[in-house]
Design a protein around this ligand. Structure first.
Ligand code: SF4
Length: 328
């Protein structure tokens, strides 16, 4: 993944110009000085919920719980009064637990260390990077779908074609706080699902624009393939995550995803398995890949926890073997 430095500088300059004119500086969590607590609340609420919808919830929530101390003392019922409507209650449980942990273990101040942040319930690499860059001016890219889409399209022609955030973190001269905000805004206003390329100042050097999005369409087509063969004879290998944290089965040896018994390789089957076995409500993505395990067909699938408290181990990103990540 080698990119000419000059192209990166060019990209950065246009993104900075866009931000000066089109940045969403009106968002309440985009103050000059923002507390780690405020960034955290906004980022959790923004997970799979649009910013325009979150604003009202965010302001009401902070009025009721202006500090992490106040939040840590709230009961679940009290908390729900200010959170209900945002869905995904696993996130809510994690918020309360994190508030209590930060009070107990860090004296009410979010740690400035990425690894420590990622150990807190519901905080994954993206949220940790957002807290560090927005609240502590840390040198981290908050690698979310917007960043992936913009950079994947511009440099490689497709939103799925960019990877390895640590590589990108070192590439920019622009402060990461500004870079993150600019790319998030760019990705949610111009480089959206159906990109508004004609209005985009990056189009002259954008690979996606030059190729008319062909590469992205090709990868999407591959992603959408449906199963051939009878799912009743297959095994599902499920890669389970929640808020960017990855859960691996503790049943087998370390770092393996969940190997479901034969007969559960359908959307409904996987949902039923996690409900029955772990009491979790999950949403299931389309099959990612088909592989052979002991000469038998198996499918790799991603699923996300929607509701329920997982009772198995969370492995930090760096502990996950490269092989498994490649497989998924
Ligand atoms: S030209 Fe289109 S695809 Fe490329 S960065 Fe701009 S909006 Fe995105």
């Amino acid at each position: 993944m080698s990119i000419a430095k000059e192209k990166i500088v060019w990209f950065e300059k246009r993104i900075a110009d866009f931000f000066k004119k089109g940045g969403r500086e009106h968002l309440p969590w985009r103050k000059k000085r923002v507390l780690a607590y405020e960034v955290w609340v906004s980022e959790i609420m923004l997970q799979q919920t649009q910013a325009s919808r979150v604003i009202l919830y965010y302001e009401r929530f902070l009025k009721k719980f202006p500090t992490i101390e106040a939040l840590s003392k709230a009961s679940w019922e009290e908390f729900l009064l200010y959170y209900a409507g945002l869905g995904y209650y696993a996130r809510g449980h994690n918020m309360l637990e994190t508030a209590k942990t930060v009070m107990k273990e860090y004296g009410g101040i979010f740690p400035r260390d990425r690894k420590l942040l990622e150990k807190l319930p519901g905080i994954g690499p993206y949220t940790a990077a957002a807290i560090l860059s927005f609240a502590y001016d840390g040198d981290y890219l908050a690698w979310d779908t917007n960043l992936r889409r913009v950079m994947g399209r511009f440099f490689f022609g497709g939103k799925h074609l960019v990877s390895d955030e640590t590589f990108w973190e070192n590439k920019y001269a622009m402060p990461k706080k500004e870079m993150n905000a600019a790319l998030m805004d760019f990705g949610s206003s111009l480089c959206v699902a159906r990109p508004k390329c004609e209005a985009c100042s990056l189009k002259t050097r954008c690979v996606y624009y030059r190729e008319k999005g062909k590469r992205e369409k090709m990868t999407q087509k591959r992603k959408k393939w449906t199963l051939s063969g009878n799912p009743k004879d297959m095994r599902a290998i499920v890669y389970l995550h929640e808020c960017h944290k990855k859960y691996f089965s503790s049943v087998r040896e370390s770092y393996k995803p969940f190997f479901l018994p034969v007969g559960y390789a359908t959307r409904a089957g996987i949902k039923e398995y996690f409900k029955k076995t772990y009491g979790l409500d999950v949403s299931v993505r389309p099959p990612h890949k088909r592989i052979l395990v002991n000469k038998k067909s198996a499918i790799l699938i991603r699923a996300q926890i929607l509701l329920g408290r997982p009772c198995f181990r969370v492995f930090p990103r760096e502990a996950i073997s490269k092989k498994i990540l490649e497989m998924l």
